[in-house]
Design a binder for this molecule. Structure first.
Ligand code: MG
Ligand code: ZN
Length: 222
């Protein structure tokens, strides 16, 4: 290994060690306040914001729900979500294509964790690097949508391997898009046999209760 390679490896290790420390601080705070946290990953447009909104609508009488919105720029999604809950923080990463634990650390200072049961972190729309950054969450969920095609598990295996929950959104578009569901689910199961898989449509409301039942049980058990 030459010196330059050695330096690169060191930098990567430092970044990840720094992230790990902050993730632990977050995890301890979430535990102390009994907040169940889901880190939501997907490519842009798969339906993260819509899923959060539909979930709040269904669960708002039972749980107090907070949201951290991660975007490269704008407050567009946070403004949408603010119509459904007041506990929203927008993080603008200023170009960075993923959230890290230290950004979450600062964001939760603006939330009243003692009053939150369930916290959704909408990561930056990107199926690659967010996977490598533990935010201190309880579970990582990936959303893939029918309109994106069935090849996401083949092209971005790591996110499907690491996720605890895999959501197939926009199932109302089956038959309208080039999407072979058997191929998609087959590939998912080759990569990950432990994840819960939900098929749903945020627009039609199909399959949403399976997801909200799972989330409710998880929040109750924390
Ligand atoms: Mg969004
Ligand atoms: Zn990134």
């Amino acid at each position: 290994m030459n010196t330059e390679e050695g330096m690169k490896i060191n930098i990567v290790q430092n970044v990840l060690a720094y992230n790990k420390e902050h993730a632990k601080v977050n995890r301890d705070l979430f535990k102390e306040n009994r907040v169940y946290v889901v880190n939501l990953l997907s490519s842009p447009g798969a339906g993260k914001t819509s899923l959060i909104i539909e979930t709040i609508k269904k669960l708002k009488d039972r749980y107090s729900i907070g949201v951290i919105e991660g975007d490269i720029a704008s407050t567009h999604d946070a403004e949408k979500i603010r119509r459904y809950t007041s506990q929203v923080v927008q993080i603008n990463t200023g170009g960075s294509c993923h959230l890290n634990a230290s950004m979450i650390n600062k964001a939760i200072e603006k939330l009243n964790l003692a009053k939150i049961d369930l916290l959704f972190i909408e990561n930056v729309g990107n199926l690659i690097c967010p996977v490598g950054f533990d935010l201190g969450e309880d579970s990582m969920a990936v959303i893939s949508s029918v309109s994106e095609g069935d090849d996401k598990p083949v092209k971005y295996p790591k996110v499907f391997i690491k996720s605890d929950l895999i959501l197939l959104n926009k199932i109302d578009m089956l038959g309208l898009a080039d999407f072979n569901k058997d191929f998609f689910t087959g590939k998912i199961r080759e990569l990950n046999t432990r994840a819960e898989v939900f098929e749903l449509s945020c627009i039609k409301g199909t399959g949403l209760s399976d997801w909200t039942d799972w989330i409710s049980a998880a929040a109750d058990n924390k």
